[in-house]
Design a protein around this ligand. Structure first.
Ligand SMILES: [Zn+2]
Length: 67
């Protein structure tokens, strides 16, 4: 089942062509699910999931159970 939406902010350093280092921020939205078979919680990034599917599909399975 769907549990919650979690927002994370990732910081990473990237070097430009001129050799200057910048800190780049990337916002990430993760959906937290609880496996309906074993009860494990797991995360999936928002961009991997169709938001309509979350509303329609009420059961979600982790990698171990989703075969
Ligand atoms: Zn499971």
């Amino acid at each position: 089942m769907f549990v919650e939406t979690q927002k994370t902010l990732k910081l990473f350093k990237r070097e430009s062509k001129l050799g200057v280092c910048h800190t780049v921020r990337r916002k990430n939205i993760m959906y937290i699910f609880k496996c309906d078979t074993c009860g494990d919680t797991f995360k999936k990034p928002k961009n991997m999931i169709d938001p309509d599917r979350i509303k329609k599909v009420h059961k979600h399975f982790c990698k171990k159970c989703d075969l």
